[in-house]
Design a protein. Structure first.
Length: 294
């Protein structure tokens, strides 16, 4: 297939690029800094549409680009997070309107932040959105991606949880304190965490591209979410370290401000759409996933 990809230099994008190349797909990339690399096209998602040559003839478009959420939120940062996703997606969809033929599918990133803070409620793709900055951003982001449906594209929205992989992402930030023996649960640890092994995340994206029956929201999480307390215990055991230094919620709020909500909110998300359509997770259990990664 001919595939156009945004966000290829990110943690997920890099792993996905390697997997797609291994499958023999013809790839083109949209990037703010193409740097003269072959098959890379310059695109500022906020400035306007990408070059026509970057999407013409594509069978699929995978859109992962967006301003990082894991930073202290100021009004300017929140605006950049929202605009990079909503405006960037709109400009990308607009670029597809004049194409003939058009891509068959748009696979667009989203996040489990769509659901907001939901306690122990089990959340499938049919659950309603939550309230707050991230749920509102995800809802608008997904609605913008859905504009491509009017162009005849199949649209898949990847509601991604905490992606665990080597060399980056959430796990790289967690490991230093745990390896020093000063890790511990966050704010009591009762909040649910919906996680996924990077390998399964990449496979889910490939599966979404290849299978015509996959459309709409897809929860990209392992089928067995855990509480933060259990996550802490399992990670410490995998590292053979203690984990009895709890981090109080007020300390997280002082350190990260409003962004601390990402760490404190509870989302017990299950991948109902993927399971119903026959997707098989290779790392469904956290202990097995962490053992593989560590």
């Amino acid at each position: 297939m001919k595939i156009t990809l945004t966000g290829a230099t990110g943690f997920l994008g890099g792993a996905l690029t390697a997997a797609l190349r291994a499958e023999g797909h013809e790839l083109r990339f949209l990037s703010r800094n193409p740097g003269g690399r072959p098959n890379y096209f310059a695109w500022d998602p906020l400035a306007g549409q990408p070059p026509e040559a970057s999407v013409a003839g594509a069978d699929a478009v995978i859109h992962l680009a967006g301003e990082p959420v894991a930073q202290r939120w100021s009004p300017a940062v929140k605006s950049a997070i929202r605009r990079s996703r909503v405006d960037g997606t709109r400009h990308l969809v607009e670029a597809l309107t004049t194409l003939s033929p058009r891509p068959q599918v748009l696979v667009c990133a989203s996040a489990t932040g769509y659901y907001g803070d939901r306690g122990a409620e089990v959340l499938t793709e049919q659950a309603k959105p939550g309230r707050g900055f991230l749920p509102d951003t995800c809802k608008e982001w997904e609605s913008t991606a859905d504009l491509a449906r009017a162009l005849g594209l199949r649209v898949v929205k990847l509601r991604t949880g905490v992606v665990l992989g080597k060399g980056g992402g959430a796990l790289a930030k967690m490991l230093p304190p745990f390896r020093m023996g000063i890790g511990g649960p966050l704010a009591g640890g009762q909040q649910w965490m919906s996680w996924i092994h990077l390998q399964d995340m990449v496979r889910l994206v490939q599966w979404a591209v290849a299978n015509p029956q996959v459309q709409g929201p897809v929860n990209c999480v392992a089928p067995n979410p855990v509480t933060n307390k259990d996550f802490t215990r399992i990670l410490a055991a995998a590292l053979h370290r203690p984990a009895f230094f709890p981090v109080p919620g007020f300390a997280l709020k002082l350190l990260y401000g409003e962004m601390s909500s990402v760490l404190l909110e509870s989302q017990r998300v299950v991948p109902r759409a993927a399971l119903d359509l026959g997707f098989q997770f290779q790392r469904p259990e956290l202990g097995e996933a962490l053992s593989d990664l560590l």
